[in-house]
Design a protein around this ligand. Sequence first.
Ligand code: HEC
Length: 142
Amino acid sequence: MRLTTPCHRFLGLALALTVPFAASARADDLPPPAKRKIEFSKDIQPLFAKHCVDCHGEQKKESGLRLDNRDEALNGGDSGPPWIEGKSADSLLIKYVGGLDPDVVMPPKGDRLTRTQIGLLRAWIDQGADWPKPKKSHRISR
Ligand code: HEC
């Protein structure tokens, strides 16, 4: 039955090529999402502020993306929404911070995010990417 081996190999290759998105295999390399409830203002906002906002804020708006402001962030950047609620492994932001895209890694210079930080971002997205609206200041009227 030696003949079946190349045949199986070919089948394997054909299957691998027809799987639409190789990311499913590589997404396994991502750090797992944190297992606790994420709070945006404590867990995520400081991370964006420290590692992302220099380039994705009011001054610089690389690739059209801002991460300093809820409404702007939800509008996304030039490539569309940075995350898909509930699907961290399919989210552009996670691909970039997790190094799944060989061409683009975020942040592009300086220290990479730690596995713990990526796990927090993943859990936040998986839990619905809640970004509370800033409280409106109450206007006093007569
Ligand atoms: C030193 C500047 C810099 C920092 C810091 C930085 N980025 Fe970026 N970011 C860029 C540049 C430049 C691009 C465009 C890259 C490209 O398309 O080749 C980009 C693109 C992106 C995009 C794609 C936007 C789109 O719609 O095209 C995402 C998502 C992103 N960054 C997330 C982040 C996150 C999250 C952080 C923080 C962990 C971060 N970036 C930190 C410079 C930066």
